[in-house]
Structures are given as structure tokens and as C-alpha cells.
Design a binder for this molecule. Sequence first.
Ligand code: HEC
Length: 271
Amino acid sequence: MKKRIVLLAAVAVAWTGSASAQTKDANAEFEKFRAEMEESNPAELFEVKGEELWKAKRGPKKVSLADSCDLGQGVGKIEGAYVKAPRYFADADAVMDIERRIVWCMTEKQGFKFEDIAKKPFQGANDNNAPDITNLVTYVASGSRNMEFDMPMHDAKVRDAFETGKAMAAYRAGPYDFSCNTCHGADGKRIRMQNLPNLSSPEGALRGVLGWPGYRMTGGVMLTSQWRMNDCFRQQRFPEPKYASQAVTNLIAYMTGNANGQMYKGPGIKR
Ligand code: HEC
């Protein structure tokens, strides 16, 4: 009997040992591939489209975002806008992440209808093109490449969004009683081959916001942080949040605040 237990234990150790070695190898391989891909990141194509959209006179009001949209750094300015958001915008009386702010500019300044933008805000696996909003976010994010995250935590309203996001990440509900932290609240968790970042630590939070918007090799699509949040609501078996909602801004504020002071490398590549 004792011998059998020892044998079983040895098998178990050998098995978990090789499984984690396999995962390590796969991760190392992916990292190598990602580094190579980053040299010629397809995200750049979306940046170029986004720049054209940013400068074009569009919408019922025929104005450009370059001439009308203030992302917090002055009208039309994109430098540093992505790493300095979410932030408070007095004209909208709301804390907004960049995607939500661009949607606000498209509706308020250019006259687009929110419902039309919200109909299909993310690129699907069978779509040839990314929606305009994704291209715009990618362009704006490129204006913060190699700048440090600098979300204005000293602003009480931003801090409030951060604290609400933090509480949301810990909130358990749904059929499995999951919270974000069930999957992302401790170091070293993984699902299948994917390492899940611990969003409460500076390193994990950085991983949560780095590389978004990102070109996803699975499906070959360009996706934003807003999409990532939606997909994790789905993983959590929660109803999908309304597009560009305050709830999503709060979660992004929570992660960005935790990542503050660390370097953003621009639109990235995801598996
Ligand atoms: C059931 C487990 C689960 C839950 C619950 C969950 N996620 Fe995720 N999350 C994942 C998986 C799986 C990935 C994909 C990892 C990958 O592709 O490398 C992921 C990826 C992410 C990423 C991107 C990480 C990166 O490397 O780019 C962020 C950010 C994130 N989740 C945030 C959240 C937030 C916020 C919540 C709560 C609303 C949440 N997640 C809930 C499983 C979960």
C-alpha cells in the first residue's frame, strides 16, 4: 500500500513537472515569436488608417477630430493622451478612458449616433476591417509609445473611478460566483496555456494594459482594451457591459493606476 502511494506521488510529481515545463516552453516560444512580430507589427496598418480618420472631416457635422476633439492634452493633440487616461473631462462631467472619450467626440463633435457606433464596436473574426473606432484608438495609443503611464491619481474623481474599479474586480457574482480576482487576483494563475496576470500587482497590472490595443494573432484582428474587458465579463459569466460604459472605464482606471510610472510600449501583439 505504502509503496503504491509513493509510486503515485512520484508519477504525480513527474506529470506536473513535465506539464509546467511544457507550458514554459510554449510561453518561451510565443515570446520569441511575439518579439519577432513586434518588429513589423500589423498594428501599424491600423494606426495609419486611424490617422486618416482622425484628420478627415466626417460625420453629419463634417468636422475632423483633429480640429475638435480634446483628449485631455489640448484639441487635436494625441501625444501622451493614452497614458494620461482615464481622466476627468469637465465638458462631459465624467471620467473616461480613451476609447470612450473618442466615442464621445464622435457623437458630440461630429454628430455620429452612439447607437450606430455601438452596433459593432469590435472587429469580429470574419471581418476584413476593424471598425473606425478601433483604428482611431490605435492611432491615439501610438502617440504614447515609450511614455510612462501617468493617470492623474491626484484628481479625486479619477481616484474614485480607480477605487470603484478595485471594488468591481473583487465583486463576486454570476452562476460560478467568479470575480475578476478569481482568475486575476494572485500570482501564477493560468488557464490552459495562458498565464493570467495578477492585476492587483504593478507587474500584473502592467501586463493587463500593455500591448492594448493589440493585434491578436488568433483570428488576425485588432482589438482594444474595451474588447478585452467585454471578453473577460463573458469569461466571468457576467452579462456583457454596455459599450463604452462607466463600468469598463473604472476597471481600466484600476489597472492603469496600478501600472502608473511604468513604460507603455504602444499598440502591441497578442496571442
Ligand atoms: C474565468 C477566468 C477569468 C475571469 C473571471 C476574468 N478573466 Fe481576464 N482573462 C482570462 C483569460 C483566460 C485571459 C486571456 C489570457 C491570454 O490570452 O493570455 C484574460 C485576459 C485578461 C486581460 C489581458 C491580459 C494580457 O496579457 O493582455 C485583462 C486586462 C483581464 N483579463 C482583465 C480582467 C478583468 C478586469 C476581469 C473582471 C471583469 C477579468 N479579467 C475576469 C480569464 C479571466
